[in-house]
Structure formats: C-alpha cells, structure tokens
Design a protein around this ligand. Sequence first.
Ligand SMILES: [Zn+2]
Length: 296
Amino acid sequence: MKFVLLVGCCLLFSEPLSRAAPSFKVASFSTVLTEVAERIGGGHLAVAALVKPGIDPHEYQPTPGDLAQASDAKVILISGKGLENYLDKIQQATGGNVEVLAVGDHLPSLMLKPAEQSADPGPPAVDPHWWNSVPNMIRATEVVAEDFARLDPAHAADYERNASAYRADLSALDKELRRKIAQLPRDRRILVTSHDAFQYFAAAYGFTIASIEGVTTETEPSNKHVSELIEEIKQRGVKAIFLESTLNPKVSREITRETGATIGGTLYADGLGEGDAATYAGMMRHNVATIVDGLR
Ligand SMILES: [Zn+2]
C-alpha cells in the first residue's frame, strides 16, 4: 500500500506545472473519467469532478451548482450506456451549447439479464459498468484524448503524450491483475455480488457471474431469485460472496447464513472510492485482491 501511495505522489509531482490559465474546463460526471481527464489534461485543463468518489452513480442527481459548473465547461464527460438518467437536466441547463461526450457509448456493450424480480421485465438494457475492465479503460483513454486534441489543437501533442503514458500504466495494471487472477483455479472463478456490475470484468478476466439484484440499487430481489441463487452457491461450492461499497448488505448476509459461504469483502462496483480505492489502479487492485483472496 505504501508503494502505491508513493507512486501516486511521484506521478502528481512529475506532471508539468502550468502557471498559465487552463485552456478549457471539463465537467466530469464519472469518478473514473475525472481521473482520465486529469491524467490526459496535465496542467492544461480545469476538471470539475461533479460525481464524487463514494457516491452511488445510479442514485446521483445533479445539484443546481453542479449544473452551473457543467454549463461553464467546454465538454461534459459522462459514462454513457444509459447510466445518467438526468441527461435532460444537463441539456436544459446548458441549452445544448456544451458538448457531451458519452465515453462508454464508444465501447462494446454487454446486455443486462432482464430483472428476474419483475413480472414485465421489458427489453434487455445495456450494462453501464464498462470501467470494471482495464482494456475498456485503455480504449476510453483514447476516446477522451482524441476529443481533447480536437477541442484544443494547440496542446494536442501534450494530450497524446499524456494519454500514451496513462495507457502504458493501464497496460501494466492489466498484466498485474491477470497474474493475481492466475492464482485462482478456473473452477473457482464465480462471482456472486450484490448488484449486476461485473459483467465487463468477468468477460475480460474469465469469471462467471451470479448477482443478487438487478442493475438498479433501489429494487429488492425477489424471494424466488434469492432461493435460486442459494441453490447455485451450494451446488458450485462457492466459498465467498461480495458486497459493494454503496449497497445495503442485508440480503447478502441472509445468503451467507443459508449457504455457509463467507462475505469475501467489499468491492467497488460503481467507480472510485476512498483510501486504497481513490485511484483507478487502487480500486482495481482492491477488487481483484478481494475476489482472489475470498475465492481461493
Ligand atoms: Zn452499478
């Protein structure tokens, strides 16, 4: 952990110090994209982080102050893939005059399983949790860097160089996570989590998923869904299930009582948190270490 913090400090101080006023303002509605924007922008940008670490992005609604900052920006970064249900408020506040870059919409989509608890589940929706895969973050960095270079051509070379350095860090992180996951036998790579947020992670790193709720953090799972899940956990001999930092753990605890699986720890499903999850790399390391140590 000390090593991680030390690296973070070095990166911070090695960034070019710019005394000039920022070239433009970025408003970010994603904790993960705030990091991407800051790393690519170096000293050239002012980034307003409107969704703060630890906030549940499914429940967040912009305040008048947030909307004022968004209106003042040259570009608004959102996760996309349908996560932000308040887009109309942004459009109203900005009069449609500020570019909105829905970064996730430039990445491949996985579909959510229709909510088991609903009698009329409707059409399947796109899973918005793309950032839980490092390869997706690498692609997202390219999308944001291209946009910044177009908006501010005078600093395009800096943005490309910063993005390239950040992508190299992400590639090294991806390799490190794969080495950790390789410690876990393949038949133990099953994730039971308290909402359906790890499909992109599972696809990238070879896990299968069973989730306790659908994607929204507001609905309670049905008794039928919970009892099916308990059967699956027993049958597959799952050693641990995982909570998420922004969710109520009540149902998860009922399941552990029924199955004998332990609570493997808390995962960051919805973006950056605090402490060791305050950076993207720290968040991913925390999640992978928690999963591998819990299931081993
Ligand atoms: Zn989520």
